[in-house]
Design a protein around this ligand. Structure first.
Ligand code: DSN
Length: 414
């Protein structure tokens, strides 16, 4: 590796990060492990090129090969999701959402979106965001049973007459009835938008409902269940194509990151293969096993369980905060994130829950039997969090298991 000679400090940190990813169990549901082919595309010469504009219509010369790459990414995404129009240039999920809003909304317009603590996302109108300063976000919540409250959405839509109704979540673990939302939107004359960042891979693999044929706009990241590079994408009906493209560039962004777009193209080709269906099915099977194993040990699962890749768990009944549970699991090389639960009485810095998921460990080839073992370790780590000897024993066991599922066998930075 050139980097080892030229910059040993960065090389060393990368080597340590590689080791951390290999030794541990990555269970943050928004993370995944890309293939070597995706890594190669990310580190390719396409990073050198400016290509503002669209394939075939650029503001810079020398874009002939970049056009081929970006068109491949667009065509493959269209095929994967059945989209009429795709823009692969958004730098990530938050800019994709902002571009989508600015394409179809005027300042002051009303948007109906899910409350963050009920499984929504910051960019769906949380007061700390820039978009909340521009648009009038009204936020709906889940029912007392923890499910999407379609009747309440209908009531709120009739009352507030939003220009846009937004679904798609970052901690909600259940299926979404897109047809029902579309019917509500049609009744009040609203546009529909789904943010499928978390579940895009499950939709591509045919494991979850696909909003793309129904909704006006669908945004996603490409690095979660879709197992591509860190980036964003917007799909829409042909009637919104021009507005979406203009909102991304020149509205919000400059030159697209064409190395990332090359990596998106590679990841989409991978997602079109039959093995990806098997992969996405296994993600859900694994999440189901964790659901059963953890609820049988007395953990309270929000939303009553999971239909997708993630679990939101209230750990307060175990006498710990989300932050304490995250730390206990970190100590045994299991990486999760602390997370708010619906109407959490605690602060976001140390909430009542943890959120965990199966996309990354499933990419390593782990299946039901490993999930049972992992559930035992999670429970033991939380229960014995003050017992360093016990934590050391669990760390050793985790390392022994992860060794059996090599991640990047021939990769080294130093
Ligand atoms: N930060 C991402 C997540 O972890 O869900 C969403 O943007």
């Amino acid at each position: 590796m050139f980097i080892a000679k030229q910059d040993p400090e960065v090389a060393h940190a990368l080597q340590r990060e590689l080791l951390r990813e290999e030794e541990g169990l990555e269970m943050i549901p928004s993370e995944n492990f890309v293939s070597r082919a995706v890594l190669e595309a990310l580190g390719s010469v396409a990073t050198n090129k400016y290509a503002e504009g669209q394939p075939g219509k650029r503001y810079y010369g020398g874009c002939q090969e970049i056009d081929v790459i970006e068109q491949l990414a667009i065509d493959r995404a269209k095929q994967l999701f059945g989209a009429e129009h795709v823009n692969v240039q958004p730098l990530s999920g938050a800019p994709a959402n902002l571009a989508a809003y600015s394409a179809v909304l005027s300042p002051g317009d009303t948007v109906l979106g899910m409350d963050l603590s009920h499984g929504g996302h910051l960019t769906h109108g949380h007061p700390v965001t820039f978009s909340a300063k521009i648009y009038n976000f009204i936020r709906y919540k889940t029912t007392a049973e923890g499910l999407i409250d379609y009747e309440e959405i209908e009531r709120m839509a009739r009352e507030h007459k939003p220009k846009l109704i937004l679904v798609g979540y970052s901690a909600y673990s259940r299926e979404i009835d897109y047809a029902r939302i579309k019917a509500i939107a049609d009744e009040v004359g609203a546009l529909t938008m789904a943010d499928i960042a978390h579940i895009a891979g499950l939709i591509a693999g045919g494991e979850m409902n696909n909003p793309v044929p129904l909704f006006d706009i669908v945004t996603t990241t490409t690095h979660k269940t879709l197992r591509g590079p860190r980036g964003g994408m917007i799909m829409c009906k042909a009637m919104h194509a021009k507005a979406i493209d203009k909102a991304v560039f020149p509205g919000l962004q400059g030159g697209p990151h064409e190395n990332v777009i090359a990596a998106k193209a590679v990841a989409f080709l991978e997602a079109l293969q039959p093995e990806f269906k098997t992969y996405s099915k296994q993600i859900r099977l694994n999440a189901k096993v964790l659901e059963q194993e953890l609820s049988s040990r007395g953990y309270r699962l929000m939303f009553g369980g999971t239909d997708n890749h993630l679990l939101l768990i209230d750990v307060s009944s175990k006498g710990v905060t989300g932050g304490e549970a995250e730390k206990a699991l970190d100590a045994v090389l299991i990486t999760v994130n602390k997370n708010m639960i619906p109407d959490d009485p605690r602060s976001p810095f140390d909430p009542s829950g943890i959120r965990l998921g199966t996309p990354a460990i499933t990419s390593r080839g782990m299946k039901e039997v490993e999930m049972k073992q992992i559930a035992t370790w999670i429970d033991e780590a939380i229960e014995h969090r003050a017992n360093e000897a016990h934590l050391e024993k669990l760390r050793t066991e985790v390392k022994e298991m992860t060794k059996r599922f090599p991640l990047y066998p021939e990769l080294a930075y130093e």
